[in-house]
Design a protein around this ligand. Sequence first.
Ligand SMILES: [Zn+2]
Length: 142
Amino acid sequence: MAEFDLKKFYTSKREYLNPRTGKLRKGFVRISFQEFSDWVAAAGSPERCHYCGTSSGQCAKLFELQDGGNRYQATRGGRRGRRLELDRRDASKAYDELDNLVWCCYWCNNAKSNFFTEDEFMPVAKAIGQALSLICEQGNPK
Ligand SMILES: [Zn+2]
């Protein structure tokens, strides 16, 4: 993945309690950058969505398609979707349980949410992957 700053990504995934809103963003609590970095080295760099197989290059293309043509901007105001994200396969486990983490695309992360189990989500992911692949080939609708 080009221009992927692992340290910056790790920092953005630290658990954070917003003092203004009181809202907790779940993330790493005890895992150090080195432990995360070792996990990435073992798990592989973020190249493809664990669920649907969409590549990081396809994610970037899908993200850019939102800026032109008649496709609605759907990636949370452009804050997400450009690259693969981390997902907890079992959302009841903490981010610190590294063997529970996988790289996945924004579209799968958003659709899976904390509702589907990994097994329940796989047929949905297959359909998402097919649709995203088709969009990458055909571009925006006319
Ligand atoms: Zn996906």
